[in-house]
Design a binder for this molecule. Structure first.
Ligand code: FAD
Ligand code: NAP
Length: 547
């Protein structure tokens, strides 16, 4: 999109794109520095992920006490969570509370899709254009556009012929959907599918689940949070937050462990067990027995033994043998995809009103007026739900025409996959920052911890530049090359990059996307230390310029 040169741009210090948890805190932090800020948000209100993903069953899988902002002591003391892991409506309420409390909405323009961001070499400013024709000019442009904010709707022939409504979990109607008395078809068994399937099955007359790849999922053990527990946790918040920041993934599982289950330290070796011992463990503890083994995440042979335990447990909990067989993941390691936790997922397939269609036995051929035609027959339903995920990490950035020095497009610079220094900036794009960008721990972490770390780092950087009367900051190509090499090196040999792994971390869910492992697996604590050291060493790897 071309900027209309006749319209005088609104001048601000910083344009922030997106008003999810990243954009909201970025705005607050920049205001504290006395800067003028304009946030531009495509949605009609704050919350990002939690504004768009209103599907039944949507919830967080990080304990609420930890999936929350830490930047304000008053905020973390005054807010009360009702469950160990909060559901979408409560997280959205929290986002609204934060917006209200810090008067954020007055600097956010809603219903505004940013179409272009172009660096003007002469003025050293970012010229930002919106789909509605607004034009902003800013010294800094901060992309808080989200890693999971562009829904992926696969192209399936005949979709336009479907007679009923079609929904996507990532863009759910605000008013909700009543499935009572209706037959529903759902495509996808990732986190969104696994969360929504049990809830839709309870309401709908019939649910048909189209599964291309069975997933590994662990029981969530969610439940109410007692007032006593919260009071105690709030007393310990300073230590909890310190531990989160220094940890591998930004979660310490305070009081619960990951996914609400009791904290189990993985200390045992599965390779040292016998088949009989593993069977006994499955019978005693179910899926969670696998968590005790440390070698599962690093050794393919150990991983396959764990997968076998997992399949044994599926056989135990699913009544029908053919359905159990269909639900068994095979041919890719546990831990290569984003972990999933669930409430009553497998039990749902024992219900009379649920049909599982294993697409490995015959894929979707096309959608027709009354349902789906597959290689194994026709399936009819009234409503279709896509739980088919997102164009992750680079999707939202790729939709904006971002141009840096020499009019180079970011998509061109990232032709072979995203390239950044620290996930914060790309070379040739001065004063453009990405919050939780590719090359940072981002989606491999409790994202609020990573968001706060990036926002604080960017805020400190801008404050430093202003104090030192510097105009631009950008990474050297060499620093970017070395960082990307490091990101690849630490991911090498992990389950994440196994040849049989087709995850969205690798871009494998989007046809034509380069296969490259996008987030940084080195850990939240280590990464924070690296970023702090870079800043302390006069922003080593970056070029800062006063002219
Ligand atoms: P987002 O919340 O995605 O916000 C980005 C905003 O930018 C959006 O509102 C979008 O409309 C806007 N935007 C994008 N492009 C443009 C544009 N061109 N113009 C204007 N506006 C634009 N993380 C966890 O850590 N734990 C969890 O349990 C967890 N659960 C999740 C569950 C779901 C269903 C999903 C989809 C994600 C989940 N995540 C979870 C990840 C979640 O995205 C982050 O935790 C966090 O909410 C991201 O905040 P953000 O502000 O960076 O991005
Ligand atoms: P996802 O993990 O990418 O899953 C998408 C599903 O759709 C997969 O089962 C995929 O099958 C299937 N699919 C895609 N295209 C298809 C097609 N053409 N035909 C048939 N099946 C198709 O997406 P998601 O479930 O929305 O989750 C994305 C991420 O959002 C998560 O990994 C997580 O980070 C976040 N999230 C978190 C939570 C939470 O619990 N906190 C909840 C929801 C989302 P294949 O595997 O075969 O490709």
């Amino acid at each position: 999109m071309k900027l209309n040169s006749r319209i005088k741009p609104t001048q601000v210090d910083v344009v922030v794109v997106g008003a999810g948890f990243s954009g909201m805190y970025m705005l607050h932090r920049l205001r504290q520095l006395g800067l003028s800020v304009q946030v531009l948000e495509a949605g009609s209100d704050v919350g990002g992920t939690w504004y768009w993903n209103r599907y039944p069953g949507a919830r967080c899988d990080v304990p609420s006490m930890e999936y929350s902002y830490s930047f304000s002591e008053e905020l973390q003391q005054e807010w009360n969570w009702s469950e160990i892991m909060a559901a979408q409506p409560e997280i959205l309420q929290y986002a609204n509370h934060v917006a209200q409390r810090f008067d954020l909405r007055s600097d956010i323009q809603f219903d505004t899709q940013v179409a272009s961001a172009i660096f003007a070499e002469d003025s050293k400013r970012w010229e930002v254009g919106t789909q509605t024709g607004d034009h902003y000019s800013a010294r800094f442009c901060i992309m808080a556009t989200g890693c999971l904010s562009v829904p992926n709707t696969p192209t399936i022939a005949g979709a336009e012929d479907f007679a009923g409504p079609i929904y996507h979990t990532g863009n759910w109607p605000k008013e909700g959907v009543d499935f009572s008395g209706l037959s529903v078809g759902i495509i996808g068994t990732g986190s969104s599918g696994i969360q929504s399937i049990p809830v839709i099955a309870e309401q709908a007359k019939h649910l048909t689940v189209f599964q291309r790849t069975p997933n590994y999922t662990m029981p969530a053990h969610n439940g109410p949070l007692s007032e006593d527990f919260q009071m105690e946790a709030k007393k310990n918040y300073a230590e909890i937050r310190d531990e989160q920041r220094a940890s591998q993934v930004g979660i310490i599982g305070y009081g619960f462990g990951f996914g609400g289950a009791e904290n189990v330290e993985p200390t045992d070796e599965i390779l040292a067990t016998t088949q009989a011992q593993r069977t006994a463990l499955v019978e005693e503890e179910g899926f969670v027995a696998i968590r005790r083994f440390a070698d599962v995440s690093i050794d393919p042979e150990a991983n396959e033994l764990a997968c076998d335990m997992y399949r044994q447990q599926i056989k135990r909990v699913i009544n029908d043998d053919a359905t159990a067989e269909s639900l068994m993941p095979r041919d890719y390691p546990m831990g290569c995809k984003r972990p999933v936790i669930d409430t009553d997922y497998y039990a749902t397939f024992n219900r009379d009103n649920v049909t599982l269609v294993d697409l490995r036995k015959g894929g979707i051929e096309h959608i027709q007026a009354n349902g789906v035609k597959t290689g194994q027959g026709d399936f009819a339903f009234d409503v279709l739900v896509y739980a088919t995920g997102f164009d992750a990490m680079t999707g939202a950035l790729g939709k904006i025409d971002i141009r840096g020095r020499n009019n180079t497009a970011l998509t061109e610079h990232w032709d072979a996959g995203p390239r950044t220094y620290l996930g914060l900036q790309a070379s040739g794009f001065p004063n453009l920052f990405t919050i939780t960008g590719p090359g940072s721990p981002s989606v491999l972490s409790n994202m609020i911890v990573s968001i706060e770390q990036h926002v604080d780092w960017i805020g400190d950087c801008i404050a430093y530049m202003d104090k030192s009367e510097l105009l631009t900051i950008e990474p050297t190509l060499d620093a970017e090359d070395k960082w990307i090499a490091h990101v690849n090196e630490v991911a090498e040999g992990t389950m994440f990059t196994a040849a049989s792994c087709n995850s969205w971390y690798l871009g494998a869910n989007i046809p034509g996307k380069p296969r490259i492992f996008m987030p940084y697996v080195g850990g939240v604590g280590t990464y924070r230390e690296t970023c702090d050291r870079v800043a302390a060493n006069d922003y080593e790897g970056f070029v800062l310029s006063a002219s």
